[in-house]
Design a protein. Structure first.
Length: 100
């Protein structure tokens, strides 16, 4: 009977030890999952910040493009005026040459 009690006690202790090891392993895995969730949250926040910056850069590029188009249009207008002034100047020079 003492042997049976000893075997039963050994089985209970062994079972408890396995349960404890399993619980410890589960706790380690849960800690790893928590770390991974934190890393994911951090990475997601960085990605969202990068997306915001990208939208800002796109907006700035569009604004710069519009300014460039406006500057180009003004330059073309000035070029047309310069050509007209040059023609008028040549015409005036020709008139002065004829009147001499």
């Amino acid at each position: 009977q003492d042997d049976a009690i000893a075997r039963w006690t050994e089985q209970v202790l062994s079972s408890n030890k396995r349960s404890l090891e399993t619980e410890q392993q589960n706790n380690r895995m849960m800690n790893e999952v928590t770390e991974l969730r934190q890393k994911l949250a951090s990475t997601t926040a960085k990605l969202e910040a990068s997306e915001t910056q990208l939208r800002e850069v796109k907006g700035n590029l569009k604004l710069s493009d519009l300014r460039l188009q406006d500057t180009t249009a003004r330059a073309e207008e000035l070029n047309i005026k310069v050509v007209k002034v040059a023609r008028d100047l040549k015409s005036s020079e020709a008139s002065l040459g004829e009147s001499k």
